[in-house]
Design a protein around this ligand. Structure first.
Ligand SMILES: [Cu+2]
Length: 105
């Protein structure tokens, strides 16, 4: 039983490490996505965090991903599994725009 738990713990640590390496964060501040342009390898999880006092959304122009309205400090994540260029914006503020370039691994 002890040995089983040990292997389980190491497994969890490995999962934790790879999740850390394949994650990127985009902050929303003063109606801007920061960074507005991000290049990532396929398989990367992107997390947007709203740092404004007003709600924002993350909406892909091709409707691949679409977040609910995020209040202050709320976040939304999407994992990109196909290479390409993704344009997104905020459906509450049409002038907000960002893009993500997903490259082959
Ligand atoms: Cu907005």
């Amino acid at each position: 039983m002890k040995r089983y738990l040990g292997a389980f713990t190491i497994g969890l640590m490995l999962i934790g490490t790879s999740a850390w390496a394949d994650e990127q964060k985009i902050e929303i501040k003063e109606y801007n996505f920061i960074p507005a342009s991000l290049t990532i390898p396929v398989g990367t999880k992107v997390t947007w965090v709203n740092r404004d006092e007003i709600p924002h959304t993350i909406d892909d122009s091709n409707k691949l991903f679409r977040s609910p309205a995020l209040d202050t400090d709320e976040s939304y994540s999407y994992t990109f599994t196909t290479p390409g260029t993704y344009q997104y914006g905020c459906r509450l503020h049409s002038h907000m725009a960002g893009n993500i370039i997903v490259t082959e691994k």
